[in-house]
Design a protein around this ligand. Structure first.
Ligand SMILES: Cc1ncc(COP(=O)(O)O)c(C=O)c1O
Length: 498
């Protein structure tokens, strides 16, 4: 199968025909990318039928909830995507930091469901993936493989999760409930940054006929779906804020990079507002910052390589956040004592304290990276920095218990809460932050050569083409083309909204 996932015509007509038959039998209707970016385009008949479907039900209609506009109840449709505006009392900076809420996505409570649809749908409509014959293999350190298993099931496909055995217990419990067979959860050695081991296992799995590996690091559908959906969701939130306060300016989009898919939203926002793109990573694994490597616990990011879908030459700032900070703040934000401290001493409003439930480890990383960016750029009260809360705190209960023992002797008192907040938030500095020069970007870009050309079989021509912004702009025509193909497939299956 071609590596980049960019085909825009039917590659295998027999597979395509079998897919049409299967979707017809199972009643699978596919949403277009445009509908997921702007859910008001979803036919009313679909929205009406969705009312009877729970947000976590394995019902194909839930594909129509793979967007940022789910309401707080995760079933209704909101006018503006759910978001948390982090005030100065919590961030320590005057700039407005805004986090889009990923835990309102269906099934997995993380925006990675969008990435998996962005990878699988184009392969289906081009006849490259046959749900009746193939297994979709989803290598990841957590949410992407859960999203992949969920979206596969909704689309009548068999999904296989490949992830390190050291990931959080909550992730495995979820997977056990969703896979068709316990053997569809494949555990590889290590933890968050052991991506090489995942690749190695996938190389073995790819030898078995019928397995199709969906590599989020090289599938451009991942970049494109975020470019369109996450980019326009961030835009909608900013515009809603600006309607109330016309002096606001969007200055930066921040995202901790796992596959670098989410960073695609930054390309969209830069084109619209001229805002900067900030890639964050774990300080314990500073690959972009220093060609570094290492173990860390910011689950979902930082995999010791530069993803093929990372538009490195469009990245303005690279910064790193320590996993000590994210671990300890997760404990602080999740505990009664920590919240009392934030309320009494820092005067953090109650609705913001409640909003902390939406912040998983990488969301806290994004928050801290936004704080560092605001400090570095000396942003003021009219400046807005947008980022995402990829998943919520609920995914990390077992991690918080572990860190409470490790770092706080089993109990967080108010003094320890104050120390942690002072050190990690108020004390967040502009260290470990690089405003990238042309030379820096070339260094980061070139590092990707060893993964993609030497190990993964990408041609030098394909690798090099990504240096040019014109190449990335040309990519975008794929979205409209895939939408045409989605509409055509729906017509052929005859599955209707009503
Ligand atoms: C919890 C979490 N945070 C952040 C990310 C990074 O997002 P992306 O892969 O789009 O860079 C992921 C990716 O899987 C994730 O699961």
């Amino acid at each position: 199968m071609p590596i980049l996932g960019l085909e825009d015509h039917i590659v295998d007509l027999d597979a395509y025909r079998r897919t049409v038959r299967r979707f017809k039998e199972l009643g699978v209707l596919l949403p277009t990318f445009a509908e997921l970016a702007e859910p008001t385009r979803i036919p009313k008949a679909v929205l009406d039928r969705l009312e009877a479907v729970g947000a976590d039900d394995p019902d194909p209609l839930n594909l129509f909830r793979a967007h940022w506009y789910n309401g707080a109840d995760r079933t209704s449709l909101a006018e503006v995507p759910g978001h948390l505006v982090v005030p100065e009392e919590l961030s320590g900076v005057e700039a407005r930091i805004v986090l889009l809420l990923g835990d309102r996505f269906p099934m997995i409570r993380s925006h990675k469901v969008l990435a998996t649809y962005g990878c699988l749908a184009p392969r289906i409509v081009t006849g490259q993936f046959d749900p009746s014959l193939h297994k979709a293999v989803w290598p990841s350190t957590g949410n992407y493989c859960r999203g992949g298993v969920a979206v596969s099931r909704l689309m009548g496909c068999r999904g296989v999760a490949v992830l390190p055995a050291g990931m959080s217990r909550e992730r495995f419990q979820w997977l056990e409930r969703w896979v068709a067979d316990p053997g569809d959860v494949v555990r590889t050695p290590g933890r968050e940054s052991n991506v090489k081991e995942i690749y190695d296992r996938c190389a073995e799995l790819s030898l078995e006929p019928g397995n199709v590996i969906f590599n989020q690091f090289s599938e451009f559908g991942n970049h494109l779906v975020h470019y369109l959906s996450t980019g326009s969701a961030a835009q909608a939130v900013f515009e809603a804020m600006r309607r109330r306060e016309p002096s606001l300016r969007l200055r930066a989009f921040v995202s901790a990079s796992g596959s670098a898919g989410t960073l695609g939203a930054g390309d969209h926002l830069k084109e619209t507002y001229g805002s900067l793109i900030v890639a964050a990573e774990a300080l314990e694994c500073p690959t972009l910052l220093r060609n570094g490597f290492g173990e860390h616990n910011i689950q979902g990011i930082g995999d010791k390589h530069v993803p093929l879908i990372h538009n490195v030459h469009n990245t303005d700032i690279v910064t790193a956040v320590s996993d000590r900070a994210t671990d300890q703040l997760a404990v602080l934000f999740g505990s009664e004592t920590g919240r009392q401290y934030l309320s009494r001493r820092r005067k953090v409003p109650p609705e913001v304290l409640e909003g902390l439930d939406h912040l998983g480890l990488s969301s806290i990383c994004n928050l801290l990276a936004a704080v560092k960016t605001a400090k570095h750029l000396r942003l003021g009260p009219d400046d807005v920095v947008v980022s995402v809360a990829t998943d919520g705190a609920e995914m990390y209960e077992s991690e918080r218990a572990r860190v409470l023992e490790r770092d706080f002797g089993g109990e967080l008192d108010e003094l320890a809460a104050a120390e942690a907040f002072g050190r990690h938030v108020l004390g967040a500095s502009c260290d470990d932050l690089l405003e990238t020069t042309r030379e820096d970007r070339a260094r980061i870009f070139n590092l990707g050569y060893y993964t993609w050309v030497e190990q993964q079989g990408v041609t030098v021509e394909d690798f090099e083409a990504r240096r040019e912004q014109s190449w990335w702009r040309a990519l975008r025509s794929r979205i409209a083309r895939w939408d045409e193909m989605i509409i055509e497939l729906n017509e052929r299956t005859g599955v209707s909204a009503g």
